[in-house]
Design a protein around this ligand. Structure first.
Ligand code: ADP
Length: 531
C-alpha cells in the first residue's frame, strides 16, 4: 500500500528491476508529514525512493523489492520499528538489508534493542538533511558495487559458458570431420582400384566416376565446415612461405580442368611468364582459387566459358587472380551479401547446386589473413560473374620446393602404418598401382620394427593407432639411430591446425588428410627426395 505517499513530490515511485545504476530505498514512518520531508531530502540522490506508513506495509514492500537501505521509524503504532526490523531480518531475501533506525529518543536500552533486531545505524530525529544524505549515500554506493560485481560475475559466467560451448563444438566438429573422413579414404582408394578386378565397361567407368565425384564433394563439405568454425574462432594459422603464385594458379587449374571438361565448359588460363612471388600459405592459396573455380563450374551451364588470369602489378606490388565466368550471374541486391557466412541465393527445392554457403566466406577470411581482398562484379542475372582476388607480392625470389614438385618420382619403398584393414589394404594397392614397393604394419611397434628392416623412403603413418599412437611412433623413430632421418608423413582424418602443429612437433615431415590424394602424394614424394 503506497496510498499515503501517492501525492508526494518528485521522487521516482517506480521500482526499477533492471537498471543497475539506480537502487531502491525504503522509508518507513507513520507520519505523512515526515515522509514528505524525507522525500524532499532524498530526492537529490537520484534513486528510487519508496515509502511505507506502517510496519506491515513495509514488510509487503520488502517481499517484492530489493532495497539498498531501509530507514525505519522506531516509534510506530501497532507494529513498532524494532519488531518490524526483526521480521525483516527473518526473511531470507532481506536478512542482510541495512536498516537505519529513526528515533527521537536514543537511550541506551533502546539502542541495544535496536542493534539486536538488526539495525546498522541510528539517526536522531529531526535529522540534519546532509547527515541523512551522507549516511544513505554510503549504502547506495555499497549496493551499486554489489550490483556491478554481480553483473560482472554473471557476464564472466556467460563468457565462460560460451567459451566452453565453442570449445565443445570445435572438438565435436574435429571429431565429426575425422569420423567422416576416415571412411572416405578406403572408398576413394577402392574406386581407383576397381578396374583391376575386371575389364571396364562404360557402365563401370561411369559409376566409378560418380562415386569419385561424390566422395570428393563430401570431403570438400567436411573441410569447409571445419575451416569455417576454425576461422570464426581465429584458430587458422597460416603456414606462410615464399611461393610462386603463377605455379599455384597453373597447378590448381590443371587439378580442376577435368571437372570443367566433363560438363563441356571451356577453361582458359592467362598466366605471366615470370614467377609472381607472394608470402602465403600454398594450401590456403590453392583452397581460395579452388573455391572460386568450384563456384564458376557450379554456376556456369554447359557450353559456357570460364577464364582465369593472373596479373602482377610490380609498381604497387600486388597480384590479381581473376576468375570470370559466363554463368548465371548475380543481381545487384545479392552482390553485397555474397561473402557472408551461410549466404546462398535461394535455390529451388531440389537444391541441385548443393553447397553450405561457406565457400566464399572462407575465401574472404583467408584473403584477409593474407592481407589481401576478394571482390566480385556482375552485370546481373544471366550475365556471368567475375571474382578478383588481390594479394600483396614480395620482390624476393627464393628457391622453392614447388619447382621440384612437378617431377614424377621414381619407384619408392613405402611403409604404411594403419590399423584399419580396409584403409591399409586399399592404400597399399593404390601405391603399388603407382609403381611403388609397399609394406604394411598394423600397429605402431610393428611399424618401427618393419621400418628398420624395410628401410622405406617414406613412411605413411596413421595417428589414431591403438596403444602407441602416430605421434609416439614418430617420436620413437626420430630417436632411433637407423630411422631418425626417415621421411614420415601423417595420414590422418584429423585435419585441424592443432593436429598439423602436433604432427610437426612429434617429428612428422608432412601432414596429409584422408582420403589420400594421389596427385598431391606424388608432389610430396618428389619433394621428399629433394629435401
Ligand atoms: P555455396 O557452397 O553455397 O556455393 P559459396 O559461399 O561458395 O557457397 O557461394 C555463396 C553463394 O554465392 C552461392 O550459393 C551462389 O548463390 C553465389 N555464387 C557464388 N559464386 C557464384 C558464381 N560464380 N556465379 C553466380 N553466383 C555465385
Amino acid at each position: 500500500m503506497r496510498g499515503s505517499v501517492d501525492t508526494l513530490p518528485a521522487c521516482d515511485m517506480e521500482v526499477s528491476e533492471s537498471v543497475p545504476a539506480r537502487v531502491n530505498i525504503l522509508v518507513v514512518d507513520d507520519l505523512k508529514e515526515k515522509l514528505l520531508v524525507y522525500s524532499t531530502v532524498l530526492e537529490d540522490l537520484g534513486q528510487n525512493v519508496l515509502f511505507a506508513s506502517s510496519g506491515e506495509e513495509a514488510l509487503k514492500l520488502v517481499l517484492s523489492n530489493d532495497f539498498a537501505v531501509i530507514l525505519l521509524d522506531v516509534n510506530m503504532p501497532n507494529m513498532d520499528g524494532i519488531e518490524t526490523a526483526a521480521l525483516i531480518r527473518k526473511r531470507r531475501k532481506s536478512a542482510h538489508t541495512p536498516i537505519i533506525f529513526l528515533t527521537a529518543f536514543a537511550d541506551d536500552v533502546h539502542v541495544e534493542k535496536g542493534y539486536a533486531s538488526g539495525a546498522v545505524d541510528y539517526l536522531i530525529t529531526p535529522v540534519m538533511p546532509e547527515i541523512l544524505k551522507a549516511k544513505v549515500r554510503v549504502f547506495i554506493e555499497l549496493s551499486q558495487m554489489r550490483q556491478r560485481a554481480a553483473l560482472q560475475a554473471e557476464e564472466s559466467a556467460r563468457r565462460k559458458a560460451a567459451e566452453e560451448s565453442a570449445r565443445r563444438k570445435d572438438a565435436f566438429l574435429g571429431m565429426l570431420a575425422h569420423e567422416l573422413r576416415n571412411p572416405l579414404g578406403p572408398i576413394r582408394n577402392a574406386i581407383h582400384l576397381l578396374h583391376k578386378i575386371g575389364p571396364d565397361t562404360p557402365d563401370t567407368v561411369r559409376l566409378r566416376a560418380i562415386i569419385d565425384r561424390q566422395v570428393t564433394h563430401m570431403a570438400r563439405l567436411v573441410d569447409d565446415l571445419l575451416d569455417s568454425t576454425r576461422l570464426a574462432n581465429g584458430k587458422i594459422l597460416l603456414r606462410k612461405e615464399q611461393c610462386d603464385l603463377s605455379q599455384i594458379v597453373c597447378r590448381t587449374i590443371e587439378d580442376y580442368r577435368h571437372i570443367f571438361e566433363e560438363r563441356g565448359i571451356s577453361l582458359e588460363a592467362s598466366l605471366p611468364q615470370k614467377p609472381v612471388w607472394v608470402d602465403g600459405d600454398p594450401t590456403r592459396l590453392i583452397q581460395m582459387l579452388g573455391n572460386l573455380l568450384h563456384n564458376a563450374h557450379k554456376f556456369t551451364p554447359p557450353d559456357g566459358r570460364v577464364s582465369v588470369s593472373l596479373i602482377s602489378n610490380e609498381k604497387d606490388q600486388t597480384a590479381i587472380i581473376k576468375v570470370e565466368d559466363t554463368g548465371i550471374g548475380i543481381d545487384s541486391q545479392t552482390l553485397p551479401r555474397i561473402f557472408d557466412v551461410f549466404y546462398q541465393v535461394e535455390q529451388k527445392l531440389d537444391r541441385s547446386r548443393g553447397g553450405l554457403g561457406l565457400g566464399l566466406s572462407l575465401v574472404k577470411s583467408l584473403a584477409e589473413l593474407h592481407n589481401g581482398v576478394v571482390t566480385v562484379t556482375s552485370a546481373g542475372t544471366g550475365q556471368g560473374a567475375a571474382f578478383s582476388l588481390q594479394l600483396p607480392t614480395t620482390p624476393l625470389a627464393v628457391s622453392s620446393d614447388i619447382a621440384a614438385s612437378a617431377e614424377k618420382p621414381s619407384q619408392s619403398r613405402i611403409l604404411i602404418i594403419e590399423d584399419n584393414l580396409d584403409a591399409a589394404e586399399t592404400t597399399r594397392m593404390l601405391l603399388e598401382q603407382e609403381g611403388h614397393d609397399t609394406c604394411i604394419a598394423y600397429t605402431g611397434p610393428q611399424g618401427i620394427v618393419l621400418a628398420r628392416q624395410f628401410q622405406p623412403h617414406v613412411i605413411l603413418c596413421d595417428i589414431g593407432l591403438p596403444g602407441m599412437d602416430g605421434y609416439q611412433v614418430a617420436r620413437a623413430m626420430r630417436l632411433d639411430p637407423v630411422l631418425h632421418s626417415a621421411f614420415i608423413i601423417a595420414l590422418t582424418g584429423y585435419g585441424r591446425d592443432e593436429d598439423r602443429r602436433q604432427a610437426q612437433e612429434a617429428g612428422f615431415n608432412m601432414h596429409l588428410t584422408k582420403p589420400l590424394d594421389t596427385r598431391m602424394f606424388r608432389r610430396v614424394l618428389a619433394s621428399s627426395y629433394k629435401g
